[in-house]
Design a protein around this ligand. Sequence first.
Ligand code: NI
Length: 194
Amino acid sequence: MSTEAPLPIAQIGEPILREVAREVTPEELATPETQAFIDRLVGTMRHARGAGLAATQVFDGRRICAIEVGENPRYPYKPRIPLTVLVNPKLTPLSDETFMNYEGCLSVPDLRGLVPRHVGVRVQALDRHGAPIDREVWGLSAGTFQHETDHLLGTLFVDRVQDPKTLCTWATFEAHHKAAFVERVEALVARFGA
Ligand code: NI
């Protein structure tokens, strides 16, 4: 793990957050520079206690994101996701069914909002070593994968909020919306195991 300082995180309004990230070739992925960048992306995600971080959020235009949910005080109700680095990810919905996910983002300070997400997605990508990933992700975790890969298409969760009246801060989420949301999440997790 890199001991370098965390990278600065782009905040909403930065043009790079609206760019479509560019594909990474297997040759570029294998370079020490790209591998060191991935280490710093992961280190920055962990330092910021995010559930995921996309390259565009650290001012880098490559189509790479990291996802990890461990013991996270920011999201105590989230099922665990082991560290996953996705290169050139492509998501395909596996169901038209959606669930409403309360999301936040390291690039959108102190704001959460309710976003519809597919309950299941097929995830195709390369891992950091260039090996193919092809798996299904269901339940709350599917929302996390959709949020992160959205970043690489220039989309932020606020774009997908259907009812702006659901917007809240972290404090008002805790005070007024968390209990009902966690109840719905627990039903989703019970159904999909994730
Ligand atoms: Ni985000």
